[in-house]
Design a protein around this ligand. Sequence first.
Ligand SMILES: NC(=O)c1ccc[n+]([C@@H]2O[C@H](COP(=O)([O-])OP(=O)(O)OC[C@H]3O[C@@H](n4cnc5c(N)ncnc54)[C@H](O)[C@@H]3O)[C@@H](O)[C@H]2O)c1
Length: 352
Amino acid sequence: MKVLITGGCGFLGSNLAAHYLSKQCQVIVIDGLFRLGSSDNLSWLAQKAASHNSSFDFVQGDIADNEVVLSVFRRYGPFDFVVHVGGQVAMTTSLSDPSRDMYTNVVGTFNILEAVRLHSPNALLAYSSTNKVYGDLEHLRYEETSTRYKLPDFPNGLDENLPLDFSTPYGCSKGSADQYVRDWSRVYGLSTVVFRHSSIFGGRQFASFDQGWIGWFCKKSIEQMKSFESNASPEPFTIAGTGKQVRDVLHVDDLITLYSSAFENKSKLNGEIFNIGGGFDNSLSLLELFSLLSDINRIPHLQFISTPRRASDQDCFIADIRKAHQILGWAPKVSCQQGVSNMVEWTKSLSF
Ligand SMILES: NC(=O)c1ccc[n+]([C@@H]2O[C@H](COP(=O)([O-])OP(=O)(O)OC[C@H]3O[C@@H](n4cnc5c(N)ncnc54)[C@H](O)[C@@H]3O)[C@@H](O)[C@H]2O)c1
């Protein structure tokens, strides 16, 4: 099996690449190495390939450059599976550099789609979209408890029938790409699938202030733990909003089983779209995450300062994952408690 992974040195991409290398697949990665940690992930993948004796090729290039994309397809294609997880990932960056965001996410995706159509028409193309395509969700009815916002009208979570409402440059670029991927199945008959992801976390994620919030707060909690251990006052970190905003978090091990299930069910995937997250059982607000991190790190409580709510932040997104279960037979298996505990260990392994 020949797998092309765009953004294969990022968080999702490197985990997926490592999985396919462990299965002795031929793995080709294209990545611009734009993200903090991408070069580390590339070295890690090279080691994985060597230890599994698997074929691994890396092309450093920009997916917004059509010549680069075409050269990869001409040289290494045709592929069985094209995993398109390369992209501009931060809403904040999309606001400061909307042009870069658009070229990467829209033009980059268009280039990949066209290359699949012309040079790998039998491949399954999987695209990692986002729940941000549904906008800010301010029109929904919320309830508030002492630790979280709730959506009482959606007891099973939010499904794929929510109206699209692109907001922020990131929402617009991801949403456009999401619709292109769906439409290239309708119009050209490609096998495509779009996963609208909520928050994903796990090893190989190099979290930053504006992307990868679980990893970021794991880091903050470890810093505070170190202060407590040395009898110093912990420095409070900042959060945007009340801390009651909720996401259903997905551990990256469950993401790997999702993409594998998609490939196994390729015949059913003709432009299908799935909302994907950890579901209700794995939903966490920031305040609930902080309480979990205090328990894991055995510290009394985390010190933080609230700043005003970030524009365009959804107060609560919990995906209704029943469609993925029905069609792909997939369900998450890693509990958020176990996943966060593993994430603390991974974060400790990084020198900071
Ligand atoms: N991580 C999450 O919680 C999450 C949630 C929703 C959606 N997603 C989507 O999943 C995808 C992967 O996310 P991630 O967390 O692995 O991000 P990441 O930043 O860790 O990885 C993205 C990779 O893409 C590469 N890249 C960026 N622009 C590129 C370009 N123009 N050409 C070639 N390579 C480029 C980067 O160098 C990086 O290695 C993104 O499309 C993101 O929008 C992620």
